[in-house]
Ligand binder design. Structure first.
Ligand code: FE2
Length: 332
């Protein structure tokens, strides 16, 4: 049984010490609903679901897990059985952990690049009325809450993993040069959203210049006005813009990228195309953007930091969860 189309990015789990900055960033700048009903945890909502971002206290300053909403118990059991059949352990989240995520129950198993994967069926609705700074709301539903981009030294294995576990399909490739390094980015979809996981890898050397487990996450606003006002608030409140407003070559999304308090980037986008499975053909685009997305304020210290992280990454072992990576998909 294929699970394609029945899997949707549901929430992210983040570990951070910077609660004050995240409150300002998430609520005041990006315009999400802030929920502080549990002590020592911050949560953000985008819609009726109780939790779209769960922030725990800890020193990682990183996203530590991806939560996947699946349509029904049959899909849940199919994914769980696949993972177990490859000899990879699946554990049940505790009742307390499930409550923090706003779900009935969830199962957890390891994912590549240190990102735990969590699957669940029934999300709870938040108790409080939704308070959003983005008046038009966020696009979630069948397309999920957005997407993540991950930098890796092992793109074939990572693509193999998401294909094996979630029946991910290739939407397209982008060839891009960033800070003098040539990258190939593979865009994978698990439902109608053009991509839910983007996999970025250098083409020559096995380098990963990105410290965090995700390079960025993306959320989608329904109204263009909410993207431009979020951009304005990010600047007004003193957070950094990583890439100015621009439009992507492949999914045509109009977006900007801010730097989140934990260091990974945060894309706010509007109006990406929706994939029609009956006609879609993967292609290769040159460059991530048709226009805009100009790097902002990147200085020599930032660049040096990336080269240092990249150089260290050569020696660092990256977990690929080989049992679930298939043979690895060699695609170029
Ligand atoms: Fe993106």
């Amino acid at each position: 049984m294929t699970v394609f189309g029945k899997v949707h990015l549901g929430y992210l789990v983040i570990e951070t010490e910077k609660f004050a900055d995240w409150r300002r960033f998430g609520r005041d700048a990006i315009g999400m609903h802030l929920d502080e009903t549990h002590s020592d945890v911050l949560r953000f909502r985008l819609d009726d679901n109780t939790c779209r971002f769960l922030l725990h206290r800890g020193s990682a300053e990183d996203t530590t897990a991806l939560g996947w909403e699946v349509d029904d118990h049959a899909t849940f059991e199919t994914i769980e059985a696949r993972v177990r059949s490859h000899g990879v352990p699946v554990s049940e989240g505790s009742a307390e952990e499930a409550a923090l995520r706003g779900v009935e129950r969830f199962a957890r198993f390891p994912g590549p690049n240190g990102l735990d994967q969590e699957i669940y069926v029934s999300p709870h609705s938040g108790c409080e009325p939704l308070r959003l700074g983005a008046g038009g709301g966020f696009v979630t539903g069948a397309a999920g809450m957005g997407h993540v981009a991950i930098a890796t030294k092992n793109p074939y294995q990572m693509r193999g993993y998401y294909s094996t576990v979630f029946d991910a399909r290739l939407s397209d490739y982008i060839d891009e040069t960033i800070s003098g390094l040539k990258f190939k980015i593979r865009f994978l979809r698990v439902n109608e959203r053009h991509h839910t996981v983007a996999i970025a890898a250098t083409t020559r050397l096995p380098l990963n210049p990105i410290r965090t487990r995700i390079q960025h996450c993306n959320i989608q606003v329904a109204e263009l006005y909410d993207m431009t006002t979020a951009h304005h608030r990010v600047k007004e409140l003193g957070f950094d813009i990583a890439l100015s407003v621009g439009q992507h070559t492949n999914d045509k999304e109009l977006s900007f990228y801010a730097v989140s308090p934990s260091g990974f980037e945060w894309e706010v986008g509007w109006n990406p195309i929706v994939v029609d499975e009956s006609t879609w053909e993967p292609t290769t685009h040159q460059g991530i953007s048709m226009w805009g997305h100009t790097p902002q304020g990147q200085n020599i210290v930032d660049l040096f930091g990336r080269f240092k992280t990249g150089a260290q990454s050569v020696l660092h072992r990256e977990d690929t969860v080989p049992a679930l990576a298939g043979a690895g998909i060699a695609d170029d």
